[in-house]
Design a protein around this ligand. Sequence first.
Ligand SMILES: Cc1cc2nc3c(=O)[nH]c(=O)nc-3n(C[C@H](O)[C@H](O)[C@H](O)COP(=O)(O)O)c2cc1C
Length: 294
Amino acid sequence: MSELLNMLGCRYPIIQGPIGMFNNPKMVAAVSEAGAYGMLALGFVSDVDEVKKLIDDVRSLTEKPFGANIMLINTLNEKILEVLAGAGVKTVTTSVGSPSKVYPFIHGLGMKGIHVVLAFHHATRAVASGADGLVVVGSEAGGLRSVNSESSTMVLVPLVADHVKVPIVAAGGIADSRGYKAAMALGAQGAQVGTRFLASEESPADERWKKAIVECEDGGTDLVPSGNMRSRIIVTPWIKQKMADPAIKNIADELDMNPMATGNYDRAAFGAGQVSALIKDIKPIKAIIEGMVS
Ligand SMILES: Cc1cc2nc3c(=O)[nH]c(=O)nc-3n(C[C@H](O)[C@H](O)[C@H](O)COP(=O)(O)O)c2cc1C
């Protein structure tokens, strides 16, 4: 058994990419039931009771292992981690922020942590901080990106693999068995999958979001400012028009990045990775995972 599978305790080395905008216990449980590692997205949680409720809801649907992602900018993390440890979660992922302080705390609770990195220098720093593994996310991925020039999964994963001894999970651009096998060939022990699971039957994403992924073509995503980072979104015809308008200085001001919370779909920006161009249907999670490992 690989070191990564040992940490996750599941059958397949596939981690559900957390989607910070929503948590859906049904989806988390579906991923775990299918043999992969379901993940709660706790990056933006502001109430520990909400975490307890989410855990109970997942546990009512599956006895299989699942994990959670925390964002290191969240001031509630220590409390959240205590709740997760108490509920028997063995491994978490940490993203967005410096890992230097949190790893001793994670280890003190008897848990393991895998840090999410978008660049090589973050990888070596995270390992020095005590990270037990790394999710290495190439530039084609959906979600938050840095404002710097970035490398694709094909380049970043082997680069990091050549320099660290901890297990690596490749992320960005993985939607089928080809991507999954490529991740292993690049030196990863597993894959983290975001966009493909967003376009699944169990995903709570609005139908308009799923449709935008399925209809997205090659080159159909772009990076837009998001706080002090950037976010990869699908360029719908409306967004394309806005981007081409010289009167608009900052496209971010025009967009609603979380339409599921606001209900404002007129200006909706749907987060998704470049891999959307490969996704042509909405499938059950079990079928996605079985197709990947076949
Ligand atoms: C809409 C959206 C929200 C995301 N939110 C988070 C998050 O809260 N925490 C995190 O670590 N990654 C987040 N990600 C990144 C995914 O977990 C995953 O690493 C990424 O989607 C992998 O690339 P792929 O989309 O090509 O599969 C998000 C991605 C998307 C598309």
